[in-house]
Design a protein around this ligand. Structure first.
Ligand SMILES: *Cc1c(COP(=O)(O)O)cnc(C)c1O
Length: 470
């Protein structure tokens, strides 16, 4: 990287112009025969020399700046930033021998968030269409189309859109009649929405450990945790990886349990060629801004069971009778989403294959760039076709993960730690009866990397990730 910025003291002006032209950065650092930094030339310096009719064959040492700003390779980011100004965006970094070993560049857009939604398809078009139709509330064509198309995408007959992914989980639980006195088995490694939904339904969550390979709920641990009170299990397809659905559905059959799939991070992931969300009684999806597809906020319950579909629709809409307006058969909720959000969702869904392709391309690139000695990528397992949500890796155990994340943040990279074990938090620990070693191990070293369709500069991100430990 640094080589392209260097010119030598015996280079001529025209030769340095060629170097600057080649590197496209408008600057070159001049070094002597001992590799020591002796000057700095910008394309502006050369322009001024030409205006003064200096010959192009003149040695660069005649026109270079010998008083220039530079930094030390060990200097902190904050200190280097004080040297950046409107006129100076790139400065050489030298070691103690005054040899140029790197450079520091400030870019306004040197910020890589963990996720950015891409809304470049029909999103705006459909949104405006929904807006102009005045059907901006929770009735409208886009809702029906989005439910139909999304459930079809998930190999399901029915789809019930709702406010968000957490609400989808709650709606599924109450539609299945799960509440007070019932136990629901969930993994320790998941986003808190999974457990919150169970608690809000009035049921008792039972936290179990995950598998070492897949990071998803461990069927053996599910079986160990089953009691007479167990009514349901919520397998969470974590970070795009499908759970072991054969084992889980077999257990559900044997012990007469409901299965609610938390698919919030795995739209389109498959187990044995079948989409997640189609295995259990109900699949729950989120369309939050950082999910595979988004509606801003939004969610959907998928099912192949007509009765559950009807029950969820009833509960979603205040429990109001389908045939008699303002007559309520059950105590319901308002869990509806809007036609505006469904319009965005439908456009996102049109592009979901492309979105997956692009996300996977970035994951493949990360896999190529990052040193496998330092980063262990999420596994591709037999019978499971994972999708790329946020590229997820485990850091080598001797690297202090949280310090590493802070270093990355200083350099503009927003990497995220894995979820903390639910069982470590005061409000949830009472729901975990056994220690969960696998969750604890993975949670401590796991990292989500910036993953979005418009991700550029992956080489740069890769270099920072690789050296971020320094
Ligand atoms: C995002 C997420 C949810 C909740 O979805 P919201 O739409 O944010 O309510 C639930 N479970 C998991 C695993 C999630 O990642």
């Amino acid at each position: 990287m640094i080589k392209k910025l260097l010119s030598r003291s015996n280079n001529s002006i025209i030769e340095v112009m060629m170097i600057i032209n080649e590197n496209g950065m408008g600057i070159s650092f001049v070094i002597d025969d001992d590799q020591k930094l002796i000057g700095l030339v910008t394309d502006g310096d050369i322009r001024q020399a030409i205006i003064k009719r200096v010959e192009l064959d003149t040695k660069i040492t005649e026109v270079m700046n010998t008083k220039f700003i530079y930094g030390n390779i060990d200097e902190s980011y904050a200190s280097l930033m004080t040297k950046i100004s409107d006129f100076i965006h790139i400065i050489p970094l030298v070691n103690d021998n005054n040899e140029v070993v790197d450079y520091f560049e400030f870019k306004q857009n040197m910020y890589f968030p963990v996720a950015i939604p891409n809304l470049n398809g029909n999103e705006f078009h459909y949104l405006v269409d929904a807006f102009m139709s005045t059907w901006i509330s929770s009735s409208g064509e886009y809702i029906l189309r989005f439910e139909k198309e999304f459930s079809k995408y998930c190999d399901c007959s029915y789809g019930v859109s709702c406010t968000n992914g957490t609400i989808a989980l709650h709606l599924a639980l109450i539609a299945l009649g799960i509440g007070s006195g019932d136990e629901v088995i969930i993994p320790d490694l998941t986003f808190a929405a999974t457990i919150n939904a169970v608690i809000h339904a009035g049921a008792t969550p039972v936290i179990v450990d995950v598998e070492e390979d897949s990071w998803c709920i461990d069927p053996k641990k599910i079986e160990e945790a089953i009691t007479e009170k167990t009514k349901a299990v919520i397998p969470v397809h974590l970070y795009g990886q499908a759970c072991d659905m054969d084992a889980i559905t077999a257990l559900a059959k044997q012990y007469n349990l409901s299965v609610i799939e938390d698919c919030a991070e795995a739209h389109g992931a498959m187990y044995k060629g079948k989409k997640v969300g189609s295995f259990g009684d109900i699949g729950c999806f989120s369309f939050y801004g950082n999910k595979v597809i988004t509606t801003g906020e939004g969610g959907m319950c998928t099912t192949n069971n007509l009765l559950l579909d009807e029950k969820m629709r009833l509960l979603r809409d205040h429990g109001m009778s389908k045939t008699k307006r303002y007559w309520h058969d059950v105590i319901g909720y308002n869990y509806r989403t809007t036609n505006l959000q469904a319009a965005i969702g439908l456009a996102q869904l049109e592009r979901i294959d492309e979105i997956h392709k692009n996300r996977k391309m970035y994951e493949d690139k990360y896999r190529k760039i990052l040193d496998p000695d330092m980063f262990t990528f999420q596994k591709n397992l037999q019978n499971r076709e994972k999708i790329t949500w946020l590229v997820s890796v485990l850091l080598r155990e001797d690297i202090e993960r949280d310090g590493y994340i802070s270093k990355l943040k200083e350099k503009g990279i927003d990497a995220r730690p894995f979820f903390y074990p639910l069982s470590d938090m005061d409000i949830y620990k009472l729901y975990c009866k056994t220690y969960t070693p696998v969750t604890h191990k993975i949670s401590k070293i796991g990292l989500n990397l910036p993953t979005y369709e418009s991700l550029k500069n992956l080489d740069e991100i890769g270099a920072i990730l690789q050296n971020g430990r320094a």
